[in-house]
Every structure is written in structure tokens, then in C-alpha cells.
Design a protein around this ligand. Sequence first.
Ligand code: GUN
Length: 300
Amino acid sequence: MAKILDGKALAQEIRDELKIQIQNWINIGNRAPSLRCIIVGDDPASHTYVKNKIKAALDCGIEAQTLKYEATLSEEELLKVIKDLNADKNVDGILIQLPLPGDINERKACNAVAPEKDVDGFHITNAGQLFLDMPTIVPATALAVIEMLKRFKIETHGRNAVVVGRSKNVGMPIAVMLHSDAKHENGLGMDATVTICHRYTPQEQLEMYCRNADIIITATGVAKLIKAHMVKPGATVLDVGITRITTAEGKTKLVGDVDYDEVIKVAGAITPVPGGVGPMTVAMLMQNTFQAAQRSRKLQ
Ligand code: GUN
């Protein structure tokens, strides 16, 4: 049976560490780090995600507020909200919960956030710096995966890794860090050989690449995509997918991209869903916010 990589416990450990670091930082005369979450519209899942982020922030000692807007908010109005937060010296981190409804251009909105306050790491500057191995702000989910590999001491140097999913905010930044040179200045490189698979990878090719992998990271939102026969015995499997399904008994349940009950018998290590990468993502957002506050104070 695989070792279970308990993201919930690790995230709590990291949040406890951050809480102490933030309290020490406040004790030497700094104001609390501050986060603003913008949410537009009434998507229930997005509201739950934002509530969890705010709760985690307050728990760590980060001052946090949600700015809620109706789905009728125009792009121009949203850009004005972002502009005002960029100019506000009491705000360290800005997060725009995605997806945005209506005709608002998400890329334009993400690029409107000041790069130094972009705690989601979605700004073109932060994405570009990551691709160039420069110090940057890394999207929290991608950082969660890398932090789990590091903290659970999963060897990546020279190993074969497959990333299933090529989204710009999750799959791509994970693939970038996994393949990058660990000697580079941002300290994020993992020296793995990386294959990226996606919706147009033929099934037999997906199976072949996965079977050859020492590490599988999957982020597709396709429930039970990764089956036991696709996993090399002893491989590490990190599951970023979350899908809400209805069971035969009519109950709703969250499942990942991995056929967990079968893959656990083959893999060497595996993340559960829920309780794996998800809680770590929230912890990494807190880390990004504290780091943004520290950098901003250094510049003053
Ligand atoms: N929507 C789904 N995941 C995320 C995330 O990590 N950040 C933001 N801002 N929106 C999301």
C-alpha cells in the first residue's frame, strides 16, 4: 500500500509556522500582512473557496477582507477596483477569484494587479519570471505540489515526471518547475525529465507515459482518469483534480483525477482527495501573502 501524503496535516504545520513568523514580524513593529479577495458573481464553489482563504488568512494573523460584487460588474469597474487596491499602501496581496462571469477579460484583470501584490502569481510578469527561472510569485496550487514533493522528500533529480493537464495556472507552472535546473537562483527547479499530457494525448500514449513515470501529477478535473494499470509500482502520484460526483446512494462526494482505491495498492506514495493538494494550496497562498508584505516593507 502506498504511503498517504497527508496535505491537510502538512498545510496545518506550515500555517502554524507562518502564524509564529507573522506574529514575530508584527512584534518588531510591522503592521499585519493584508489580503484582499475580489469575487464577482454568485458561483457557490467560488464563494466557498474564498471563505476558506479568508478564514485561513485570519487564522495566520493576516488581515483579510472579501470584496464582493454582482455579476453585472463591468470590466471597467473591476479595473478601477484593482487600481485602487494597487495604490493602497495598506494592502499587500490582491486575489481575483476565477472564473470571472460575463464579458470580463480574465487576462486583462490579472494583468491589472500590481505584480508585487499578485499573490496568485497570475500576472504576465510573474509568469514570465517563473519561465525564466527568476525569483517570482508562483501560483499557489503549483507551489503546493512542489512544496509537497520537497517536504515529503520525493526524489525528482533525473527522474521521469508526467504532468497531466496544461492549464496556465496549474499544469504549466508545475511542469516548468519540475524540469528546471535546481541550481538556478529562484530555488524552484527540480531537475526532472518532464512530459506534459493533455486532452488530445491519445489514451494509449497517456497510459504509456504514465507507466514510465516515477512521478505523476494530474490536474484535469476528469474523475478517475488515472487507473492502477497506468501507474508504475512504487511511483508517486499527486492529484490536483477535484470533481463533485453523485454516488449510487445519491450523496455528493469530492473525488480526484486518480482512481484512489485501486492506485493506492500500486503507488509508492499518493495524495488523497480531499485532504491532499487542496489544503496545501491555501497554505501556499498565505505564504505568498506574507512574502509580498515582507518585500513591500523592505522597499519602503
Ligand atoms: N479559481 C480556481 N482556482 C483558483 C485559484 O487558485 N486562484 C484564483 N484566484 N481563482 C481560482
